[in-house]
Design a protein around this ligand. Structure first.
Ligand code: ATP
Ligand code: MG
Length: 655
């Protein structure tokens, strides 16, 4: 839960100096949907002057069974968007295109890790989604029932959630890399009546035994009555009579037609748990109409989607990024979305670049953690590939260190592709701050300007705006259509986590500053802020200084109590593969940070490590490092940790 316990003064000292600016490449801007900064600013001004009208205009681009009576009903913190309107997201993703002129256009372009390729047109998807919706109905699943989805990245995962959305069943996707106990927590919290899964999926050449993990979890999930198993690899699995059935057998028996239900705009669409970077995951509830509109519109403008794009977001559908920007936002725009099943380093470290060349991917959206891994693996991997189909790049998930941004721009985008650094959260449902790429100049490390209709601000703890250049708390001033409506079964926690910290505003939990051009710079989690001799520093800026050193691949900094300074800075550093840890290198790095951003930020401790503890979605878990640096042990929630060995190794290193 966001908190500001570190100090009564939330203002952050900004130490990062980053002056590089990249205007949109002329060739890109010429063909873009929005072509100039003036045009962006004009539209933005209008959108926030009358947000209801702005969002209503966007909503009219989608199909509604019945129009809304009122755009927004706002009773802080409870929002209703497009009140009284009837809509179906599955219809807008599939039927609208299959029944229109895109029946034979590829909707989902899939590559399995072993190398198979499948192409589903909008027509194919229409047939599959209808049939699977009938399978769900055949199991007695009704509107409002919660359905857990624990699958790998196969087209069937997209079909599964589109089928739920079609009949108003609420999906709860659980990342396929989680262990049984994470399934137990999520399934029981949401009281799911069924689980959709598959025998196994492929990851780094191994079989991930999804069905076996479900079997283990279900020993402790009393609400689950049905399990549907998609056969991906054919590896033998246990099928429990009366509970488990094969996807293909049910599909063979199901009726082909299932019209999309006219759902209420505020009917729940899905529950999704946050990634657990700052604490125990929260089950956020998203509803139908507003979520559809904002994922549609942000996809259209931030990815500048065009009819012939082949768009690839490498996120797993287990995260919100996969929901909004692998499936819903992209398909609503009628654009081809690529899904890749496996690991980026299988069989070799250049798999992503191979995928891009093979399928002529035009837009690529990934996470800073992946980019830092690519840098560590070496430039010769991307250099073996043309990458000339790309026209736009994106990042999401964490602040991107300016040096990683520059590498991405040069080595992958070849200086030709704008980069959209997109700030948003599970709670926001869709992108909130990001450059509109044909219009807004980009700066390495900045998410730049707010999207249309969004009013973010950087404020003190009292809610007063801080002046340009100073850090503070990032809040959102106005409700937005794709905002989460509550935490499942816990409205009080929803109010206290997000709407109580800064009166009248949504509190993001992130620290940020705004520069003279109105660009937002995310400085890290407020929970992670360092307080050194009365100066409050964001983690991101100190980490970026370390990452800018040629020998450093990745860095995480945390505070530990210090009698003199209040907090001392402890830095955990991973090195580029060709360098070895040494006492000299520690001194060199401490001096480097002092020179780059000032003596204040000089780390007191530096520990070299082979890996940093991360969530399964690749975010650095600083709270665990902080505990380790402070107490020498870790007691906090580690259920979403990617690799438990990392903690053991860090401890050993300590001794
Ligand atoms: P939990 O809330 O359980 O701790 P989480 O916040 O990691 O988990 P998500 O909702 O997946 O779960 O992540 C949202 C957070 O990710 C944001 O609050 C922000 O800290 C970070 N983030 C996402 N995109 C960006 C970005 N482009 N720049 C900076 N930070 C980002
Ligand atoms: Mg969060």
């Amino acid at each position: 839960m966001p908190s500001t316990t570190t100090s009564p003064d939330p203002n952050l000292d900004s130490v990062l100096r980053e002056n590089r600016v990249f205007p949109p490449p002329a060739e890109f801007a010429a063909k873009a949907r929005i072509k100039s900064l003036t045009e962006y600013e004009e539209r933005y001004r209008k959108s926030v002057a009358d947000p209801e009208n702005f969002w209503a205009e966007a909503a009219r681009e989608l199909h509604w069974f019945e129009p809304w009576e009122k755009v927004l009903d706002w009773n802080l913190p409870w929002a209703k968007w497009f009140v009284g309107g009837k809509i179906n997201l599955s219809y807008n993703c599939v039927d609208r295109h299959a029944l229109g002129d895109k029946r034979d256009k590829v909707a989902i372009l899939w590559e399995g890790e072993p190398g198979e390729v499948r192409k589903l047109t909008f027509g194919d998807l229409h047939a599959e989604v209808q049939r699977f919706a009938n399978v769900l109905k055949g199991l007695g699943i009704k509107k409002g029932d919660r359905i857990a989805v624990y699958m790998g990245m196969t087209p069937e995962l997209a079909i599964a959630i589109l089928a739920c959305a079609r009949i108003g069943a609420v999906h709860s996707v659980i990342f396929g890399g989680f262990a049984a106990h994470a399934i137990v927590d999520r399934v029981n919290d949401a009281e799911c009546v069924a689980i959709l899964t598959q025998d196994t999926s492929y990851r780094r050449g191994c079989e991930v035994k999804l069905k076996a993990t479900v079997d283990e979890a279900l020993l402790q999930c009393p609400t689950v009555k049905d399990v549907v198993v998609y056969k991906r690899s054919g590896l033998p699995v246990n099928m429990k009579a009366g509970r488990d059935q094969w996807w293909h057998e049910l599909m063979a028996k199901a009726e082909p037609e299932c019209p999309a239900e006219a759902l209420d705009s505020e009917d729940p669409l899905y529950i999704l748990y946050t990634s657990g970077t700052t604490g125990k995951p929260k089950g956020l509830v998203h509803t139908t109409g507003g979520y559809s509109v904002q994922t549609y519109l942000t996809s259209k403008y931030i990815f500048d989607l065009q009819a012939d794009d082949v768009y690839w977001c490498s996120a797993d559908i287990g995260w919100v990024t996969g929901h909004s920007y692998v499936v819903y936002g992209i398909l609503q725009n009628g654009v081809t979305t690529l899904m890749y099943e496996g690991a980026p380093n299988f069989p070799e470290m250049d798999r992503f670049w191979r995928v891009i060349d093979a399928h002529k991917v035009t837009i690529f959206y990934t996470a800073p953690t992946a980019i830092r891994a690519f840098i560590k693996w070496g430039d010769h991997f991307p250099e073996k590939h043309k990458l000339d189909s790309l026209r736009l790049l994106g990042t999401v998930g964490e602040p991107i260190n300016p040096e990683a941004w520059m590498w991405y721009r040069d080595k992958i985008g070849k200086g030709r592709c704008p980069i959209v650094d997109t700030w948003w959260q599970t709670e926001t449902g869709a992108i909130m701050i990001a450059p509109v790429p044909g219009a807004v100049p980009t700066k390495p490390g900045s998410a730049t300007r707010p999207f249309f209709g969004i009013v973010p601000e950087v404020v003190t703890k009292e809610g007063t705006p801080v002046p340009a250049g100073h850090g503070g708390l990032l809040v959102i001033r106005q409700p937005w259509p794709s905002m989460a409506r509550t935490i499942f079964k816990d409205p009080d926690r929803y109010r206290s986590s997000y709407w109580s910290e800064i009166p009248g505003s949504y509190f993001t939990g992130d620290g940020a500053r705004i520069d003279e051009d109105g660009c937002f710079w995310l400085m890290g989690r407020v929970d992670d802020v360092l307080n050194v001799s009365g100066h409050r520093l964001g983690t991101m800026e100190v980490e970026s200084a370390l990452v800018a050193h040629p020998k450093v691949a990745e860095a995480a900094v945390v505070g530990r109590p210090d009698d003199l300074k209040g907090q001392a800075i402890a830095a955990f550093v991973t090195l580029e593969s060709e360098y070895q840890p040494s006492k000299e290198l520690k001194d060199e790095l401490r001096a480097w940070v002092a020179k780059e951003i000032g003596a204040l930020a000089r780390p007191d401790d530096i520990r070299f490590t082979e890996q940093l503890p991360k969530t399964r979605s690749g975010k650095i878990m600083r709270r665990l490092l902080r505990e380790l640096a402070t107490n020498g042990e870790i007691k906090g929630d580690t259920t979403t940790l990617e690799d438990f060995n990392v903690i053991a190794k860090l401890r050993e290193q300590d001794e």
